[in-house]
Design a binder for this molecule. Structure first.
Ligand code: SAM
Length: 244
């Protein structure tokens, strides 16, 4: 697929990137546009995202995913896991913008993982893999358990449930960052004891407006201070059925 950047109105994207202080090369811009095209094409035959209009994909998917920089310096990290990545958010935009990151994308829906593998291939991304499975099962496998510098997750579950999915993947001293809307304070309060039980501590909640919009966002930053006890995550489905 040949991408001609002149065909796209990139003003909003460029302004948002400037606000986030992210510099992208022409190659990276083209990768973003190719991702947009693949997303749109596949969305016609399967349910990937309700957001399809170009400028909305730019702000609500691409810039929103990249807003991680409001809380974390991606350059300081090596390994990242994106739990419940769906059509690839935030993991794929992070990989395009920060190609040195080693990223693992996880989703329990096989069709979405197949789509992600197509994106990885067509964008020629290296050091990224898409894994089909439930977080609760994968986090019990030695190769994934407590082996990431950072776990990210957006729009997957409420924080008490999400913490049980995500914290077991994070190594001691690492971080779990949950992408949330502005009303995350209540969620943080209700997740405090679960986070502690799982070896973490809620360290920060970074509030900001999504670049170019008046949409409020929050990044909840959880530090992994100790190990997650072996009993967690509980078997698939339990975190959701009986949140800690
Ligand atoms: N993170 C993406 C985004 O922000 O656009 C997708 C959000 S979508 C609403 C939630 C995704 O999480 C779905 O693709 C679903 O299959 C996946 N998911 C939900 N529970 C999961 C679990 N326990 N393990 C792995 N994936 C899960």
């Amino acid at each position: 697929m040949k991408i001609e950047l002149e065909k796209y109105d990139l003003q909003k994207f460029s302004e948002g990137l400037r606000e986030l202080e992210i510099d992208l090369s022409e190659k990276q811009m083209k990768q973003f546009m190719m991702y947009y095209e693949l997303l749109n094409e596949k969305n016609k035959v399967m349910n990937l995202t309700a957001i399809t209009e170009f400028s909305e994909v730019i702000s609500k998917h691409f810039l929103d995913s990249l807003s991680l920089v409001m809380a974390v310096e991606p350059e300081d990290l090596e390994t990242v896991i994106d739990v419940g990545t769906g059509a690839g958010f935030p993991g794929i935009p992070l990989k395009i913008a920060y190609p040195n990151l080693k990223i693992t994308l996880v989703d329990s829906l096989k069709k979405r993982v197949d789509f992600l593998n197509e994106v990885i291939l067509k964008l020629d991304l290296k050091g990224i893999k898409a894994v089909h499975g439930r977080a609760e099962d994968l986090a019990r496998e030695q190769k994934y358990r407590e082996s990431f510098d950072l776990c990210v997750s957006r729009a997957v579950a409420a924080l008490p449930v999400l913490s049980e999915y995500c914290l077991p993947f994070v190594g001691e001293g690492g971080l779990f960052v949950a992408y949330k809307a502005k009303d995350a304070e209540g969620e943080c309060r209700s997740a405090e004891s679960a986070v502690e039980l799982l070896g973490g501590v809620i360290a920060d909640m970074v509030l900001f407006s999504l670049p170019g919009t008046d949409l409020d966002r929050a990044l909840v930053v959880i530090e992994k201070e100790g190990h997650t006890p072996k009993a967690y995550p509980r078997k698939a489905g339990m975190p959701e059925k009986k949140p800690l």
